[in-house]
Design a protein around this ligand. Structure first.
Ligand SMILES: Cc1ncc(C[n+]2csc(CCOP(=O)(O)OP(=O)(O)O)c2C)c(N)n1
Ligand SMILES: [Mg+2]
Length: 376
């Protein structure tokens, strides 16, 4: 009971955990997810520089906000339409390190798309994670549409999408926010503001200080949160989720995050970011901040931190080895599952389509001819 906890925290519930309505185990699980996302991301850069994977677009500096914000959403019930930096979001919502690396390698058994998508463009039907597309902000309308469906069906589901501050200037965002507010949809827009759209600084993207300042113009709350404060992000998101489930409508959350890496593996940020700025970035990093916060609260001991680090390393190593060993897609199947096919009556693709759709039997199937594929 909340009252009891406040005066005398239950076993396994420190004051810090009780202050946000969670347990110590929840906090450790959140920390583990932030740390796992960082480890997967760092591995991707090594693999890219070693010539093993073609492209990396990094979530480093965004992980704390992503985990805090994804946490209150219910797995396999709510929907998330992520963007290319959403590694931690996807891990928090059910994807594994292996799923992410399989997409980076574009292997035949990659669960995101069987190697069809651009690297960094994850998706996971099983976990209600939409596959994202390269043109920025297109996921806005997908997520608003899902929220509309949830409202019509009365399913109690919430749809969330995330994107950068640069993407928030796309016309789709205006249309989506306006529509979601009018119809009081169970929808959350998360802006992960890292201060840059590739090389363009925020001051050249926005005339307002915050993207969230625009929310009132649409008739919804706009919340600015420190993206390096995982629990502040969690609290902001939980309020938005509760509001959405109550039927009170959408929320815009803007998390001020940092971009620790270049925009992508094809970019050199020292060309446009001042040395001083790059030197100070680490002091705003959510990963050490959260670790120190949990250590000070007595939630995370040195031994447990070391155990988690070792577990994560083993997990990422195993995911790398597994992905390396998987076959590349057969070129003769390149046109399959790119355009609409007669699914679900047809055999699902080898990477599966979520609950109730077995991938069994596909391996034995003959690939369709190129001519047949071209008519799709
Ligand atoms: C419609 C569209 N225009 C341009 C691009 C090229 N592009 C890819 S990422 C990006 C920057 C987006 O910046 P922001 O939304 O702040 O996200 P960040 O990458 O900083 O996380 C741009 C312009 C694109 N992918 N789609
Ligand atoms: Mg940005």
């Amino acid at each position: 009971m909340a009252v009891t906890r406040k005066t005398r925290p239950a076993p396994g519930t420190s004051e810090l955990a009780a202050s946000v309505g969670l347990t110590d185990a929840d906090l450790v699980a959140m920390y583990r997810t932030v740390a796992l996302a960082r480890a997967v991301d760092e591995r991707m850069w090594i693999l890219n520089r070693a010539g093993r994977i073609p492209f990396v677009i990094s979530g480093q500096g965004h992980e704390g906000a992503q985990v805090g914000i994804a946490w209150p959403l219910e797995r396999k019930k709510d929907f998330i339409a992520p963007f290319y930096r959403s590694i931690a979001t996807c891990l928090a919502f059910g994807m594994t390190a292996q799923d992410i690396l399989m997409a980076q390698y574009a292997k035949a058994t990659d669960p995101s798309s069987g190697g069809r998508q651009m690297p960094g463009h994850y998706g996971n039907a099983e976990n209600n994670l939409l596959s994202l597309s390269s043109p920025v902000a297109t996921q806005m309308l997908h997520a608003v549409g899902i929220a509309l469906a949830a409202k019509i069906r009365g399913s109690g589901q919430v749809a969330m999408t995330s994107m950068g501050e640069g993407s928030s200037n796309q016309g789709d965002v205006h249309e989506g926010l306006n529509f979601a507010a009018i119809h009081r949809l169970p929808f959350i827009l998360v802006i992960e503001n890292n201060g840059y759209a590739i090389s363009v600084p925020a001051a050249r993207q926005l005339a307002t200080e915050n993207v969230a300042d625009r929310a009132s113009g649409y008739g919804m709350p706009g919340v600015v949160v420190d993206g390096s404060d995982v629990l502040a992000c969690y609290t902001a998101s939980r309020e938005a989720v509760e509001r959405a489930r109550r039927g009170d409508g959408p929320t815009l959350i803007e998390a001020k995050v940092i971009r620790l890496t270049a925009h992508s593996s094809d970019d050199q940020q020292t060309k446009y970011r001042p040395e001083q700025e790059l030197a100070e970035l680490r002091s705003h990093d959510a990963l050490p901040r959260f670790r120190d916060q949990l250590a000070e609260a007595g939630v995370l001991s040195d031994e447990e931190e070391a155990r988690i680090a070792a577990e994560i390393k083993a997990e990422v190593d195993a995911a790398t080895d597994y992905s390396e060993a998987q076959p590349d897609p057969d070129p003769s199947t390149a046109m399959r599952w790119v355009f609409a096919e007669d699914w679900p009556s047809e055999t699902p693709p080898p990477w599966g389509l979520g609950d109730g759709h077995s991938a069994a039997g596909h391996a034995a199937e003959e690939p369709r001819s190129a001519a047949e594929g071209a008519t799709d």
